[in-house]
Design a protein around this ligand. Structure first.
Ligand code: HEC
Length: 136
């Protein structure tokens, strides 16, 4: 879901860049994620949860890392595993806080494994994960 305005903004960028530039995580975020998650990873209350300042909550709780690879917007994005791994690492860098330094990088292999296990009830699952205390 990409707003028309976003597409218009991106058109010159897409048309002018050589093929490999399209695989940049930032570009993948613009094209595949920010229609819902906004350019700054902000929240749309009642609809889309914030990534900015909140992604750490998943990295620091049991099951959270797997959850991130299984949410529909990620697992069903249609992007290849390696691009999702790079995109998630970029998101952690861009929208995370200090804890990102201790989180291992996402790899294509684990994305391949977990995206095959779609969440049946993302909201219930995220509630259950966030109800746990963070790991130290
Ligand atoms: C159609 C709107 C939409 C798109 C497109 C989308 N997401 Fe999401 N995303 C959501 C919603 C809504 C949730 C909350 C869980 C759920 O209901 O799926 C979510 C949850 C998440 C979460 C877990 C954070 C949390 O608090 O639940 C991550 C990480 C995430 N999305 C990343 C991405 C990435 C990366 C992309 C692009 C590849 C993407 N999303 C594309 C709507 C979207």
């Amino acid at each position: 879901m990409i707003a028309v305005g976003t597409l218009r903004m991106l058109a010159p960028l897409v048309l002018c860049s050589a093929g490999p530039a399209l695989a940049e995580p930032r570009t993948d975020y613009m094209l595949h994620c920010q229609g819902c998650h906004l350019p700054d990873g902000g929240e749309t209350p009642g609809k889309v949860p914030p990534l900015a300042g909140h992604i750490d909550r998943f990295l620091s709780r049991p099951g959270g890392r797997e959850f991130i690879m299984r949410v529909p917007g990620v697992a069903q994005s249609g992007l290849p595993d390696a691009r999702i791994a790079a995109l998630l690492n970029w998101i952690v860098q861009e929208f995370g806080s200090a804890r990102r330094l201790s989180a291992p990088l996402f790899t294509a292999a684990e994305v391949a494994r977990y995206r095959q296990q779609p969440l049946t009830d993302p909201l219930a699952q995220r509630r259950a994960i966030l109800a746990q205390s963070p790991k130290r």
